[in-house]
Design a protein around this ligand. Structure first.
Ligand code: RM4
Ligand code: MN
Ligand code: MN
Length: 441
């Protein structure tokens, strides 16, 4: 892979005077409001400093246009190589100050020289978060097919191949400085009778145990569930219960990963989060949003209150210093219509907002309303935080982190995409097909 990054440097977040002045007035207004509110630990300064510490990892696979099973409409100037994906990820971090790590997916991000990749990332101010395996597609030249499953396949040779792939992913992650392996399996069945429902779970558990034994001592293994697709009848890990059973049987360093889009409609996701937190098994989180299924839309675009309620559980865990709470926050989205970088910047902004609002909750008041059974006031306490305009607080956190007051506006003003369009010839088509990203991932 190439290490040279030509073209303009990553945009520098210098704001216009007008933007600075408007921001100062807005920040002053919210500061005054929070002073009057006088909630201990929820003054403007407290929230700003909390948001400054928030970080989320960027998925390498979502820096190019995604698609649906019906088509894909890539835009110009998209990254063609891992080096270019890292370069784009650095833009997200530069403008938000909250995305210092990248999550790679193998074999999509396969590379020859980990030292080169690692030093390129370092030079861009980036590190590596959880690394992802992929046994949901067949790769060119692959010996045995995953069409009928990987860890659950009836043929032990297929299971062995899938385990070997995971060992390879662990090695690759170790060389890059990752500290977690994320496993999402497409295994399952689309028709009753296709597979034994009980026995296949045992096979998956056995393969995962082998993978778990191979992770370095300071690593964690995340198991990600998904209720359907591509298995439409009986996925092997469809829900948090199955995920928890696996994590518990593997050991302390095995935990569950919750993807916001991987639940049946109307599932109470904050309750799932609370249960896993209570069991010390919430390891990671994939942020996105959805209306109907695993839609992979921009976080906060459809159900911002739901996102806030999830953050409320996560922030409670932080406030209460819950043991084993070390969440790996990641984004997992498919940007089908918007420029992937703009979508990513919007996403990080939405996450910073949700996180800020969760810190605005009057924690002590909520606890006492819960104790006294004051339903109205308990609910109002959450609503009061959610309905506070936290945008100036988040902008101030970004300003103090040398990032942009308004990341999308700054990105547009920088001309970055236009410059990359001139430089990355043939990018749009090369990008995702070379990644092998499926349209509906
Ligand atoms: C899956 C799942 C995984 C992601 C793939 C690309 O639906 O969300 O996290 O690795 O898509
Ligand atoms: Mn996911
Ligand atoms: Mn998904």
């Amino acid at each position: 892979m190439s290490t040279t990054l030509s073209g303009p440097a990553v945009p520098s977040p210098r704001q216009s005077r007008d933007a600075e002045r408007d921001h100062e007035r807005d920040y002053q207004a919210v500061t005054e409001r929070l002073e009057r509110r006088a909630v201990p630990g929820a003054r403007a300064e407290d929230i700003v400093e909390a948001v400054r510490r928030f970080a989320v990892a960027v998925p390498s696979w979502a820096l190019v246009t995604g698609g649906t099973r019906f088509g894909r409409f890539p835009g110009p100037g998209e990254p063609r190589t891992l080096a270019e994906r890292l370069e784009d990820a650095a833009v997200v971090h530069r403008l938000t100050g909250a995305a210092p790590r990248v999550s790679l997916h193998l074999p999509w991000d396969e590379h020859d020289d980990a030292a080169v990749v690692r030093s390129l990332a370092e030079s861009l101010g980036l590190g590596f978060d959880a690394i992802n395996s992929n046994t949901f597609q067949d790769q060119p030249g692959q010996r045995l097919s995953y069409k009928l499953g990987s860890f659950s396949h009836p043929n032990p040779a297929v299971r062995r191949q899938a385990v070997e792939h995971h060992l390879h992913v662990i090695e690759a992650g170790r060389a890059l400085g990752s500290q977690a392996l994320s496993v999402w399996l497409a295994d399952g069945s689309s028709y009753p009778g296709q597979i034994p429902l009980r026995g296949t779970f045992d096979r998956v558990r056995e393969c995962l145990a082998e993978v778990y034994d191979a992770i370095p001592p300071d690593w964690r293994l995340f198991i990600e569930h998904k209720p359907y697709e591509p298995a439409f009848y009986a996925p092997i890990v469809p829900d948090w219960g199955s995920s928890l059973l696996l994590a518990q049987s593997l050991g302390d360093r095995a935990q569950c990963l919750v993807d916001l889009g991987h639940h049946l409609p109307n599932t109470n996701i904050e309750l799932v989060v609370a249960r896993l937190l209570g069991a010390g098994k919430l390891g990671g989180f994939h942020f996105n949003d959805s209306k109907y299924g695993d839609d992979d839309l921009t976080a906060g675009s459809i159900k911002p209150y739901g996102l806030f309620l999830v953050f409320h559980e996560l922030v409670l865990a932080e406030r209460e210093h819950l043991t084993a709470f070390r969440p790996a926050y990641l984004i997992d989205q498919s940007h089908n219509l918007k420029d992937p970088l703009e979508d990513m910047l919007q996403t990080v902004d939405q996450l910073q907002l949700g996180y800020a609002k969760a810190w605005l909750v009057d924690y002590a008041a909520l606890a006492s309303y819960q104790e006294s059974g004051d339903v109205t006031m308990a609910e109002r306490t959450l609503k009061d935080a959610f309905e506070t305009d936290a945008r100036p607080l988040v902008a101030e956190a970004r300003r103090r982190n040398d990032a942009a007051l308004d990341p999308v506006a700054m990105f547009r003003a920088s001309g970055y995409r236009a410059a990359k369009t001139r430089e990355r010839v043939g990018g749009a088509d090369a990008a995702r097909s070379s990644l092998g990203v499926p349209d509906d991932a």
